[in-house]
Design a protein around this ligand. Structure first.
Ligand SMILES: *Cc1c(COP(=O)(O)O)cnc(C)c1O
Length: 397
């Protein structure tokens, strides 16, 4: 084996894909170009201004006045881990709603942080029952936090938050919400909903490259992190130090991933230029069109209509279709990637994303056309040619 010559341009090429899974997603060429800007040092005044831009944009998107709204280095899980390990000390109690893969992971982190875990388990594919949450919180009035996933990407369930946020009011227990797949695609109102801590990821609806996890914390949470009796066991993901770097002090903590921050800033600017409401409207319409197309073909969408995330659509794999074979053919012949099922749903469903720059009408039509031709070839029974027509019907007005 021999290292390829750097000057052979082929090694700077990768195939173009249309990423219609749960993330990462396609990125606007402008965002990619921003990532190729010259290197600045992490404390260069020009770079500090770019950091300011990111914070201002994140406040807008999280719909918060929180001082702290900044990306921690790492993907969505870094935001999850930073939030939980910075808040929890050994011996604390944490209540975690588990209704899919990501709730399960929060529960795992809570235990690793040495806290005692109270699980509120819900059948996969169902939303969390607020009554069960209330019971767990009433039984554990000293719980430090309650954590829940807003958009459970493994099941496609968008958790209704109103009853949850209502029952949290007046309690000392902090509300931690995973908005990795929901933020930017549907309403997330950190202040109005009384969310104390929330984290997201750069590569889902924000449509930036992976590698940054925006986190926001209110005063109450900041005070708790700052007045811990024990040190956070993770040095790198200690939010009190990240607060020093991304907050007013700009105290050196780590070298920010400079180019990833350039790209994130550009993606956030494009997002806000389109407008938050316009983004939500685009997602809602695209989701409706894709769902109409899939249903018209005769496919089953297991998530009830009022609990669907328009940016991540779960569909059952029809009998007679081999999961991996079909997804492989989609990539090979049409360049389209969709997501397979996770955990208990592996092999049973596909997860079709319309997040960020991937969420375009032409992608919906292309995907439905591709599925139509692949299903026809496989000989499976379905309503041939009905998908595109149904989607176009939704998209036309
Ligand atoms: C994607 C996702 C994560 C994890 O994000 P990574 O960027 O893969 O680390 C966490 N929670 C939810 C709900 C997600 O969809």
């Amino acid at each position: 084996m021999r290292l390829q010559e750097a000057r052979d341009m082929k090694d700077l090429n990768v195939s173009r894909r249309i990423l219609m899974g749960p993330g990462p997603v396609d990125v606007d060429p402008r965002v990619l170009s921003a990532g190729a800007l010259p290197m600045l040092s992490h404390l260069d005044p020009e770079f500090l201004k770019i950091m300011d831009d990111v914070v201002i944009a994140m406040r807008e998107i999280f719909q918060t006045k929180n001082e702290f709204a900044a990306p921690v280095p790492g993907t969505g899980h870094a935001g999850m881990e930073a939030s939980l390990v910075s808040l929890l000390e050994p011996g604390d109690t944490a209540v975690v709603a588990v209704h899919g893969v990501f709730g399960e992971r929060m529960a795992d982190i809570v235990e690793r942080a040495g806290a005692s875990l109270v699980r509120v388990d819900t059948e996969w594919g169902e939303p969390v029952d607020p009554k069960a949450v209330k019971k767990a919180l009433d039984e554990n009035p000293d719980a430090k936090l309650f954590a829940i996933v807003h958009g459970e990407t493994s099941t496609g369930i968008l958790q209704p938050m109103e009853e949850i946020t209502d029952l949290m009011r007046g309690r000392d227990t902090l509300l931690v919400v995973d908005t990795v797949s929901s933020l930017g695609g549907v309403e997330v109102q950190v202040d109005k909903w009384g969310i104390d801590v929330s984290y997201a990821g750069s590569q889902k609806c924000l449509s930036a490259p992976p590698g940054m996890a925006p986190v926001t914390m209110n005063e109450k949470a900041v005070d708790i992190v700052r007045s811990r009796k024990t040190k956070v066991q993770s040095w790198y993901l200690d939010l009190s130090m990240l607060l020093g770097y991304w907050g007013k002090e700009r105290f050196y903590h780590h070298t920010a991933p400079i180019n990833t921050v350039y790209s994130l800033r550009e993606a956030l600017r494009l997002y806000l230029e389109e407008g938050r409401e316009a983004n939500f409207a685009r997602y809602a319409k695209n989701g409706e069109a894709l769902q109409a197309g899939l249903e018209a073909m005769g496919l089953r969408l297991p998530v009830p209509k009022d609990l669907r995330m328009p940016q991540l659509n779960v569909v059952e794999i029809p009998g007679g279709i081999e999961d991996k074979e079909l997804r492989g053919a989609l990539v090979r012949r049409y360049g389209i990637e969709i997501g397979g099922g996770l955990g208990k749903f592996a092999g049973r469903v596909w997860r079709i994303g319309l997040m960020g720059y991937s969420g375009k009408e032409e992608n919906i039509i292309l995907l439905l056309t591709a599925l139509n031709s692949l299903f026809a070839e496989s000989g499976v029974k379905f309503n041939k040619d009905a998908g595109v027509e149904a989607a176009l019907e939704v998209l036309k007005d």
